[in-house]
Design a protein around this ligand. Structure first.
Ligand SMILES: NC(=O)c1ccc[n+]([C@@H]2O[C@H](COP(=O)([O-])OP(=O)(O)OC[C@H]3O[C@@H](n4cnc5c(N)ncnc54)[C@H](OP(=O)(O)O)[C@@H]3O)[C@@H](O)[C@H]2O)c1
Length: 212
């Protein structure tokens, strides 16, 4: 599958590397440092391109930029009409300490209103990037860690679910895009557990229902 990565930092670079290792055709984009992007692409086995080129012909794109960069990257990406967009962005302020949107709306819903023709699906926003490589390495172990996925487009969620499984997570269906109002604050807790508590940042989670 051809995947465009819009924002090739901690999230985009790590997920793009894994998807390239799975055999996907990965196009990395959006940087202040084109030489770094070129090194990443060469190392990962993908290509370094412009945002417009990453979107063009992609079966799915990953949006992985700081909230403050959203308008800039969307301006470069265009309308994203009919494009499946995996959104992992948390609507954070400049200091990354507070949500700037919520809880009567959410970052995910704001993005969908900015690009209403895109097929939005939210995922990867509740797991620190440091978890991706260890989860990928343990892909054959059961049970797999969960990853919350939500959105209004069933087909987009199915495609995203495949990409989530490629990394080694089990997608956990969590409802519509509106769920973002509550998941985005939850993402702040996962960040606190990952970075603010002992034991290292490779945090994973799994929800279970007890029967009987
Ligand atoms: N990191 C995590 O573990 C984590 C977990 C859950 C959710 N998230 C969310 O995922 C999103 C991405 O996070 P991240 O940690 O991957 O961010 P990041 O490492 O800061 O990466 C951001 C990307 O945007 C590019 N960029 C930044 N400013 C730019 C500019 N002015 N012009 C062009 N490119 C620019 C960076 O390129 P260069 O640095 O190469 O210039 C980089 O490719 C955020 O919304 C965050 O809240 C992150």
């Amino acid at each position: 599958m051809r995947i465009g990565i819009l924002g090739s930092g901690l999230m985009g670079a790590k997920l793009g590397r894994i998807w390239a290792a799975c055999g996907h055709n990965v196009k990395f984009a959006y940087t202040r440092d084109p030489a770094k992007l070129a090194r990443l692409a060469q190392d990962a086995g993908g290509a370094a391109v412009s945002v417009a080129e990453a979107v063009d012909g992609a079966a799915a794109v990953l949006l992985a930029v700081h909230w403050s960069r959203i308008h800039d990257v969307l301006d470069q990406a265009g309308e994203l009409a009919a494009m499946i967009v995996l959104n992992c962005c948390v609507p954070l302020d400049e200091s990354n300490t507070d949500l700037v949107v919520g809880t009567s709306t959410s970052g995910a819903e704001e993005l969908a209103s900015l690009r209403p023709k895109a097929r939005w699906v939210s995922c990867f926003n509740t797991s620190p990037s440091e978890s991706f490589a260890p989860v990928f390495a343990r892909k054959d172990d059961a049970p797999r860690p969960h990853l919350l996925i939500y959105g209004d487009d069933a087909g987009a969620k199915e495609v995203a679910g495949g990409l989530i499984r490629d990394v080694g997570f089990e997608p956990l269906e969590a409802g519509s895009l509106r769920t973002a109002r509550f998941v985005e604050p939850f993402a702040m807790i996962t960040a606190e557990l990952a970075y603010g508590q002992p034991g290292g940042p490779a945090l994973i989670y799994r929800f279970e229902k007890l029967n009987g």
